[in-house]
Design a protein around this ligand. Sequence first.
Ligand code: ZN
Length: 143
Amino acid sequence: MVDDEEAQSIAAHELGHGVAWEHAGLTVYKLEMSASFGGSGFCSVRGVVRGERGERGYLIGYGAGYMADQIWRERHEMPPPDPRTAGGDYELYQQELVDHPELVGLLSWDEAVAAAAPVVLAYWDVIEQRVPVLVDRHRLGGV
Ligand SMILES: [Zn+2]
């Protein structure tokens, strides 16, 4: 189990994905978090509409979880996140490049994480507002 502080940073991570994918024009129907496996969370995103604009934004969305976690921890005076918490997202990002070779070279993983910062900050109010709700309910219908 994780304590409340850790649960909040996991929620911020998942909401980071959510706001970034919504920002990219994708529809996030459902956001779920689980704090049961090694302190890492997950979210499920449904009804993703792929498009020219969506491709880059989709890659940024993978990096946005780790970025949101970093910013959350900084602002709530917590130690920085363990980079291993981004491992699952990195694997999904890599799989995306395997499935869509046309995306290779578009955005490195580090660039995807960095590019997520302004997006996450633009929706920071939403993240702050939704974190306690996600921690409480473990799921949200959309962002
Ligand atoms: Zn993630």
